[in-house]
Ligand binder design. Structure first.
Ligand SMILES: Cc1cc2nc3c(=O)[nH]c(=O)nc-3n(C[C@H](O)[C@H](O)[C@H](O)COP(=O)(O)OP(=O)(O)OC[C@H]3O[C@@H](n4cnc5c(N)ncnc54)[C@H](O)[C@@H]3O)c2cc1C
Length: 325
């Protein structure tokens, strides 16, 4: 049973931000994650602030520099189908298509997707874990087959969003509006590691709202998002990779590689990037890149299967992206 709360639908961003800055208030975008958290008593709420009437937060537009701007209330379905996204940001369109199920993609927003709470079953269950202010990460000695293998500790969640790794690969940034004004943060710096602050997943402060996501131009960049999961649909990544690669002829001039299903935040892999930049991709380079990506992996008792899974997937995806149009 949900506890009582008030429901507010502000008419302006300013008002929404003011309402959200009060204790116990939560932002409602599409509600697909928020309502689950409330039903599971992950946290309590006394005021739901719906931003659904803020039309300025919806839609996808070209920007003057040749990039695009995606309003945070744009649904994941719209992102997956938009021609501006597919034309320059193939990895983002692919990642959006990999999210959850058609129903959830129609209701869930891109802003909510990058701000969603982690899926750890201890955090979502009746456990007073570290992330809920307790003193134990139950995954360490518990069921940890879906937890992280990189940058874990003191909590071992994996970051759940499929779109965030693609956004990091394209060097996207978010505009954030809040009580102190507007600020811009690179998506790469938006998520917070547990060893920095175990009680939060993002840099958002009380009252702050992600208003839009900005992607710089990416002409000539070959990109892809690959996700491996247990079920063919409606499942989070066991292992994933977003790639954005610039070729000069058949030599790699620049690359960004970001892992999902690996770490508590979308995990940029300089090891992959360094192994491929300045080279022609072949099987041996792809294998070396995959191996170096997992060099620092520290699996828990039940998730070391992720290491060979990442090896194979990274190798395959590097070679496939080279051939992609
Ligand atoms: C069964 C199931 C399977 C799923 N599978 C996947 C999957 O495979 N891949 C994947 O990526 N996701 C998956 N998801 C997560 C889903 O994509 C998210 O629930 C959805 O994207 C959240 O969007 P929303 O608009 O519904 O957010 P909401 O539920 O409204 O909000 C989610 C959180 O973000 C905050 N928030 C929302 N918008 C903003 C904003 N603009 N500014 C600041 N804070 C904000 C809210 O306060 C809340 O804490 C799954 C969810 C479910 C229920």
């Amino acid at each position: 049973m949900l506890s009582n709360f008030s429901y507010i639908r502000p008419k302006s961003l300013n008002e929404a931000s003011k309402q959200l800055a009060t204790d116990g208030a939560r932002l409602f975008a599409g509600g697909t994650d928020l309502l689950g958290c409330l039903r599971d008593h992950v946290f309590e709420m006394n005021k739901m602030v719906s931003i659904s009437s803020l039309k300025e937060l919806k839609g996808i537009k070209k920007t003057a520099d040749g990039g695009i701007r995606i309003g945070s209330l744009t649904t994941i379905s719209e992102v997956s189908e938009n021609p501006l996204v597919s034309a320059q940001y193939r990895a983002l369109a692919q990642a959006a298509r990999e999210v959850a199920s058609p129903q959830l993609r129609n209701q869930g927003t891109i802003g909510g997707n990058i701000c969603q709470k982690p899926r750890c079953w201890y955090y979502r269950g009746e456990f007073h874990c570290l992330r809920k202010g307790g003193d134990t990460c139950f995954a360490v000695s518990g069921e940890n087959q879906y937890h992280c293998i990189l940058e874990g500790g003191p909590c071992f969640i994996v970051h759940p969003s499929d779109t965030a790794p693609a956004l990091v690969a394209f060097q996207a940034s978010v505009h954030i509006a809040g009580p102190k004004g507007i600020r811009t943060v690179a998506v790469e710096k938006f998520h917070v590691l547990p060893n920095v602050d175990v009680l939060r997943e993002t840099v958002l402060e009380p009252g702050e709202i992600v208003t839009e996501i900005l992607l710089p131009p990416a002409q000539g960049v070959k990109s892809s998002y690959r996700k491996v999961r247990t079920r063919a649909s409606w499942d989070f990544a066991l292992a994933g990779l977003a790639l954005a690669i610039k070729f000069n002829g058949d030599v790699i001039a620049g690359a960004r590689a970001v892992l999902s299903g690996a770490a508590p935040i979308p995990w940029r892999s300089p090891e992959i990037e360094n192994a491929i930049i300045g080279r022609r991709l072949d099987e041996s380079i792809a294998a070396k890149a995959a191996e170096s990506a997992m060099m620092n992996a520290g699996p828990l008792a039940q998730n070391d299967y992720k290491i060979p899974l990442f090896h194979g997937m990274i190798e395959e995806e590097l070679l496939a992206t080279q051939k992609a149009s």
